[in-house]
Design a protein around this ligand. Structure first.
Ligand SMILES: [Zn+2]
Length: 302
């Protein structure tokens, strides 16, 4: 069996996958703050998940993911700002507590693996992209079961494509996609509670409709970038995607409006390639259990 740990900004979850890839145990608690607490909380949930299936003796494989820069080779995590972690020997700490050397990775990359396993495999998809619309905007791509890393691990960092919004971005550029399509952008454009946005737009509030259109356009552009880069399926998750039906409708309307004058865009078939994640599917923890993904060499395309 495989245990996967997802250390998120608000909660830390651990689940157990059986040999058929089905979830057989799932434990979730509030995340700790600071390196020591973050690690002890992760160890605690993993212990409880393992205990639910008969103890660590039943577990062959351990994986963990968290936000920030996570080096799968050294096992260290850095710059997980929202967890108050400057640096943490994540793999080393988990190994000391559990007796198993875990595979570790960034949470968006693990979520892409989990999304591919949960949704992509059923759709017989070779390349799945996971687009996380959280505080920021980031994506990761899984090709034939393997996370695509790219130069310096930068594959999928589409939030920092300068698309010309004119708003200064935390990365030092001006007008990044993240400045129109992210939780931070939503907070800037819509100072009222985020969950009010879609209902306000539906009841005709002009400002809410404008913000939804801006957000949907930014997410639509992100989906388009991922599809023209090779994704056959784009799975959208993250806090901004919580109102699944409303976001799906807004995206469909945005893509339809742009497609009206573009046979090119109609051929990309963006709407049928996009799924907004059901918030209850713990894709990051599932992906963590499956890390590092497929390890056998992939044949180069002929
Ligand atoms: Zn940027």
């Amino acid at each position: 069996m495989r245990v996967g740990i997802d250390i998120g900004g608000t909660k830390t979850a651990a689940l157990v996958l059986d040999d058929a890839g089905s979830t057989v145990a799932h434990v979730s608690v509030p995340s700790g703050r600071g390196a020591t607490q973050v690690l002890s909380t992760a160890v605690d949930v993993a212990d409880r998940a393992a205990a639910a299936v008969g103890g660590w003796g039943e577990v062959e494989h351990l994986g963990a993911c968290m936000p920030g820069l996570v080096d799968p080779v050294t096992g260290w995590a850095r710059h997980a700002v929202h967890l108050g972690v400057g640096s943490l020997d994540l793999a080393g700490g988990l190994e000391a507590a559990t007796g198993r050397r875990p595979h570790v990775d960034n949470d968006v990359k693990a979520a892409a693996l989990g999304a591919h396993h949960s949704l992509g495999a059923g759709a017989a998809t070779g390349t799945t992209a996971y687009l996380n619309v959280g505080t920021g905007l980031a994506a990761a791509i899984v090709h034939r079961g393997e996370v695509v890393r790219g130069a310096s691990g930068a594959a999928g960092e589409i939030g920092h494509l300068p698309v010309g919004s004119g708003v200064p971005c935390s990365c030092g550029q001006l007008g990044c996609l993240e400045t129109v399509a992210s939780g931070a952008a939503l907070h800037r454009m819509w100072p009222r509670p985020a969950h009010d946005l879609f209902p306000a737009a539906a009841s005709g509030d002009a400002r809410a409709r404008e913000v939804v259109a801006t957000l949907a356009h930014g997410i639509g552009v992100a989906v388009q970038v991922l599809v023209v880069t090779g994704a056959e399926l784009v799975v959208i998750g993250g806090g901004v995607a919580r109102d699944r039906a409303a976001l799906e409708a807004a995206l469909a309307a945005e893509v339809a409006a742009r497609s009206a004058t573009s046979p090119f865009l109609r051929r990309l078939d963006l709407v049928s390639r996009t799924r907004v994640l059901d918030g209850d599917v713990p894709v990051a923890a599932i992906g963590a259990a499956l890390l590092p993904g497929r390890t056998e060499p992939v044949m180069a395309a002929g």
